[in-house]
Structure formats: structure tokens, C-alpha cells
Design a protein around this ligand. Structure first.
Ligand code: UDX
Length: 465
């Protein structure tokens, strides 16, 4: 019995922030670890665990990944809801730290001791728990290295906020292109507007110097110089893209999905509809799991899509669907289909999909780059504007839609951007760049590739610790 329990090389707890854009990359990283003999256990907090309806994630290459929940102070089913995300995260920090420590002790008693905690940068207190038990602490960044380097520079006072002054002011960090303030993460250029999120973001860097590893969900070629610079400060390793294997190296053939949708996808509906459309004819539109579009922006998008006469598959979360104008979708959904949630990777990989209109959440960008789908960037806030800048100017895989004086992408502009990436004069160059990035993404995770070697190094370190 004891032998079976100890058969894995090491047991690690993987603790993402609540949110699809954090769970997906950390879960996929867990699968990569599992494929190399590590036992990962996914940690979640009780508030979302209650609605998950699963305690295991099946993997195609061995034992499934267990999900264990810790307390966030909202554990009972008595309709006890947090007042705000700030109140929730505060409660999670206080209750979660104790509960995580208790879980580690319990696992020790059960003969399944933990060697490491890989924690989301948004949950820096998990590092203290790791240190309390003498465990390896691995910080996991779900956003780009440029974005993180900018935040680090702000946190250490190396970039002074607010960024005021003439237009010539640039945001500049080693190894990254100079950015206009509006291309910097929104928490930097709208300094003071989101004090809570600003604290969460900067909170990633207060104790980073104590982290044993800093794992970044990119592949090296995407941001070489920034990575090299960060690696002088910390033990930084690139381990991405954390896209399910089926779409990349095929090493885990059946690994076609991250495995944990917090909203239920309309998979069959999307597939049947896409199957009925010609190759490369569909604009896939999604703004991820959290963005709430302003009414005016929503209307412009809707009419831009409709007027373009291009086929579109639009993910509009249920909470946003009241904004859909009447007449956007005809009865037979010939031109457009709206779903509440999709299996995004399946849609991106479908041959009918011709481009991706996205808010440029980092996972969405990484998925487009890795699967070879051109991007129309309509960034809203946080890191998305910086990602959109890279999409257009650094990686050359799409365009960033222009906004008017009110910050809105007008319907005509949206239509022009979609046509530009699908059939415009730059579309060939975009496609060539996409082929290059898709190949590099695959090479990074292939056996012996840069990310694969980094994961091997991490695994070897865990096995010895
Ligand atoms: C957010 C931030 O925007 C992002 O930049 C940060 O790094 C993580 O948190 P989110 O806004 O949800 O995430 O966007 P994104 O990073 O693109 O992640 C969304 C994930 O949900 C992607 O992995 C995508 O494949 C998935 N998704 C999205 C679906 O599976 N179905 C959908 O319908 C839409």
C-alpha cells in the first residue's frame, strides 16, 4: 500500500486563482507534470468547488488529478455570498492559509506527503504556507513576462506612477519594446482607478524573492530578452504554451481540452454549426470569462458583425446576453450563432474558423498563436492592451482594432479589421507569421524543446528535494 502511494516522483499542490484564465493554464501544467511522473493535486477554494460537480480531472496518461478544496470562509451551503471580490479574497487569504496548512498535515498523515506548492501569483500568501512546511515554492505567472516585468518595476518604484506628461513618455523595461502608456497594462495607465486590483497585481512581487521557482506560461521565443533579464533576478523558467497536447505535440493524443469548464460549453451546437460553414469563413468572437462590455461597445460589435455579412460564432456569456440587440441572429442562425460558452480550442482548431476577435486575454492570445489563428484584438483592460500590441507589432499575427475618442471600436472599424486579417493585403504575411509561431510553440513543448526541458529540470529538482 505504502509503495503505491509513494510511487510518484513527488506530490505537488497546484493552486490557481479562481477564474477560467488561471485554472486552464495551471491545470494543463499539472497534466504535463503528471505525464512526467509527478502527482499534482489541484487546490481550489470551497466557494467554486461547490459548483464544480467533480473531484477529479481525468488524464489520458495515467492517474487522474484529484481536486481538493480549502476553506475560503464561505464553506456552508446557506447562501452565504461574499459582498465583493475584495471581501472574498481577504477571507480566502485568512481562512485559506490555515486550511491549506491543515490539508498539508492531513496528506502527510495519510502517507502522501507534499513536496511543493505551485501557486498563482495572485495568491502570494501561499508561499508563506510552503515555507512554513519547508516545501518548494513555485510561483506561476499566467500573464506575459513583459507585463509582469512592468508590474515589478512599478512595485519597486522603478516606474513612477501616475504616468503624466507629454505623449512622448514611454513605458520601458529591459528587453521589451518601448510602450506608449496606453499600451501598458491598464492598471498602470489608469493609475488609481482600480485600487483593489492594483494591490493584487503588485502583491505578486512583495515576496517573489523567496520563491524557489518562477514558472511562466510562455515559450522562450515569445519574449527572449525579457525572460533573460528576469532570469537574472529569479529562477525563471518558461513552461508554455500550456495548450492541451492534442493541438501541439500530439504526445498525449486524447488530451483535447483543459478539463475544467466553470461554465458549460455548447460543444455540439458549435461543432454542427461550424461543420456547415466553408473553410476559413467564420470569425470566432469571444471576450473570455470576465470582461463586461460597455453597452455602446456591445452594440457596435453586434452591428459590425452583422453588417460585415461574414459568418460569426460569438460567445456571449449568459450574464451579458440581455445586451444582444434584436435582429442580430436570424431564425436559422445562418450568418451568426451565439452561444453562452464554447470549447474554445475546438472552435479555434476547426477548419471553418478564419479569425479570432478577442479581448486578448493572455490564454486566448497564446491559443491563437499556438493553433495558428489570426487575431483581431479588441482589448478592454488589465494586460489585454499590452497583449494586443504584441499581437500586431511584435508577433505579427493580427491587428489591434482602433478606438474612437470614447475608447470604443466602431462597427466599421471592426468590419475592416476582420476583412484585413482574413483577406486583406497583410493577410498572407499574418498567415506566414502564424505558421512560424505555431511551429515554434510545438517545438517548445516537444520532447527536448525549451519548455519541455525546463519542465524536466523542475521535475528532477522535485524528485531530489
Ligand atoms: C483573464 C485575463 O484576461 C488574462 O489576460 C489573464 O492572463 C488570465 O485571466 P480571461 O479574461 O478569462 O482571463 O481570458 P483568457 O486569458 O483568454 O482565458 C480564457 C480561457 O477560457 C481560455 O483558455 C479559453 O480557451 C477559455 N474559453 C473562453 C473557453 O473555453 N470558452 C469560451 O467560450 C471562452
Amino acid at each position: 500500500m505504502e509503495v503505491t502511494k509513494q510511487a510518484h516522483k513527488a506530490h505537488v499542490l497546484v493552486f490557481p486563482f479562481i477564474g477560467q484564465g488561471h485554472v486552464n493554464p495551471m491545470l494543463q501544467f499539472s497534466k504535463r507534470l503528471a505525464s512526467k511522473g509527478i502527482k499534482p493535486t489541484l487546490i481550489t477554494a470551497q466557494y467554486i468547488f461547490k459548483s464544480m460537480q467533480t473531484t477529479t480531472i481525468q488524464t489520458q496518461f495515467g492517474p487522474s488529478i484529484q481536486i481538493r478544496s480549502i476553506s475560503d470562509g464561505y464553506d456552508d451551503d446557506g447562501g452565504n455570498h461574499p459582498e465583493s471580490i475584495a471581501a472574498y479574497l481577504d477571507s480566502l487569504r485568512v481562512n485559506g492559509a490555515k486550511s491549506l496548512a491543515q490539508l498539508i498535515m492531513k496528506l502527510n498523515e495519510e502517507g502522501d506527503p507534499v513536496q511543493a506548492i505551485i501557486y498563482d501569483g495572485f495568491l502570494p500568501w501561499a508561499l508563506d504556507v510552503a515555507k512554513q512546511f519547508g516545501l518548494v515554492a513555485g510561483l506561476f505567472f499566467t500573464q506575459s513576462c513583459t507585463v509582469n516585468s512592468i508590474y515589478y518595476h512599478v512595485q519597486r518604484g522603478l516606474i513612477q506612477l501616475p504616468l503624466t506628461g507629454p505623449d512622448s513618455i514611454k513605458v520601458s523595461v529591459p528587453g521589451a519594446p518601448e510602450l506608449h502608456p496606453l499600451e501598458a497594462p491598464s492598471f498602470v495607465h489608469t493609475y488609481g482607478s482600480y485600487p483593489f486590483w492594483f494591490d493584487v497585481i503588485l502583491g505578486q512581487f512583495f515576496n517573489i524573492d523567496q520563491a524557489d521557482w518562477v514558472l511562466c506560461n510562455i515559450f522562450y521565443d515569445m519574449e527572449k530578452e525579457v525572460v533573460d533579464w528576469m532570469a537574472k533576478l529569479w529562477k525563471v523558467r518558461t513552461i508554455g504554451p500550456t495548450v492541451p497536447s492534442y493541438y501541439l505535440d500530439k504526445r498525449l493524443e486524447d488530451d483535447t481540452d483543459y478539463g475544467l469548464h466553470l461554465l458549460k460549453p455548447d460543444t455540439t451546437l458549435c461543432k454542427n454549426w461550424l461543420d456547415s460553414k466553408p473553410k476559413g469563413s467564420v470569425a470566432y468572437v469571444s471576450f473570455g470569462s470576465a470582461v463586461e462590455l460597455f453597452e455602446e461597445q456591445f452594440q457596435e460589435l453586434a452591428w459590425g458583425l452583422k453588417n460585415s455579412q461574414i459568418n460569426f460564432l460569438w460567445v456571449v456569456r449568459e450574464s451579458e446576453q440581455a445586451k444582444l440587440p434584436v435582429g442580430i441572429i436570424d431564425e436559422n442562425s445562418r450568418q451568426g450563432l451565439v452561444v453562452g460558452w464554447a470549447s474554445q480550442l475546438e472552435v479555434l482548431a476547426h477548419e471553418a474558423t478564419g479569425c479570432f476577435v478577442t479581448h486578448c486575454g493572455f490564454n486566448s492570445v497564446l491559443e491563437a498563436l499556438s493553433l495558428g489563428v489570426s487575431v483581431v484584438g479588441v482589448p478592454q483592460w488589465t494586460d489585454q492592451g499590452t497583449n494586443a500590441k504584441f499581437v500586431e507589432d511584435i508577433w505579427g499575427v493580427g491587428v489591434k482594432a482602433k478606438v474612437d475618442d470614447k475608447g470604443i471600436v466602431q462597427r466599421k472599424q471592426l468590419e475592416e479589421c476582420i476583412r484585413e486579417v482574413m483577406e486583406g493585403e497583410n493577410s498572407e504575411e499574418i498567415k506566414n507569421n502564424l505558421s512560424k509561431w505555431k511551429k515554434l510553440a510545438k517545438e517548445a513543448v516537444d520532447e527536448g524543446g525549451s519548455s519541455d526541458k525546463n519542465i524536466d529540470e523542475f521535475v528532477a529538482y522535485l524528485a531530489e528535494s
